[in-house]
Design a binder for this molecule. Sequence first.
Ligand code: AMP
Length: 334
Amino acid sequence: MQSSQNIVMSGIRPTGYLHLGNFFGALCNYVRMQEEYPCFFMVADLHSLTTHPDNRTLRESVTRVLAENIACGLDPEKVALYCQSHVPETTELYLYFNMLAYKGELEKTTTFKDKARLQPDNINAGLLTYPVLQTADILLHRANLVPVGKDQEQHLEMARNFAQRFNHRYGDIFPEPQAFNYGKELVKVPSLDGVGKMSKSENQNATLYLADDDDSIRKKLMKAKTDAGPTESSQPKPDYIENLFVLMRLVSAPDVIAHFEAAYDSCTIRYGDMKKQLGEDMVGFIAPIRARAADIQADEQYLKKVMQLGAEKARASAAQTLTAVRTAMGLNYF
Ligand code: AMP
């Protein structure tokens, strides 16, 4: 009953401005995958409710993420680009998977423990069952390829467990989804202060957003953590220096990267120069995306059409899955 075809699914929460981590961890893979596979990409607005966002700003956040997705190269005609809450079948499947998910394993999830620490007054059941909702998002389309960053590895492992449990109990309906990246490894874009990763909500001064203006980009990079420089040739790089090279490899030309690598190895590197160059290359990368996203976000009629078209495509695929699921579970009484 499973499809032998590769199907792609992924999503981004509308919890803030998209950043370089979202781009290199997720979006750049989406853009390539849309040429090769049937793809479902969504704005995960239901997921964002776990942190109780201000409902007056939700609409703006959702349209911005949509606009940023399109500005990065997603084509709403080629893929199903939709808003999670427009596909209520998701929540039905979420309920079925909740019956197969155990409290102990959910409590052990790293993201749950992190969030519980960050919001001790709001450890709600939605936060606990976040990986279950994510499983429903993916398996709603029986997707097997999930382009995500490294932070999502554990959730994907849980999705595979839930799929296996369902198949074992009710029959072979779901594939076991895998995290996907075109490179060898899943990507983690580090934050500029050398602590953790770039993120929508934490570490804002150490995160480069796709909506940042040119000056902010340059300033944030100039403030990135460095030191007095290497003292021995080919010395291993401390994490925060390697992070700058990671960013450079993402946006700078090969000869620029080679120049600074050689300067590091020969202990002649000047981090001020490196950060200045990286600032210019980063501005060159981000500015066109920022301008396109602003234009798209201003076109409300267009975004409404995108959402309608995306929801139609996603609901058609979801309906097929749920018919198979209800039948397998014995919920088809007439
Ligand atoms: P989120 O921002 O948590 O909604 O995540 C959306 C997508 O971006 C997921 O696929 C994450 O794995 C990816 N992502 C978020 N932050 C980073 C980062 N700093 N490096 C790499 N990928 C990331």
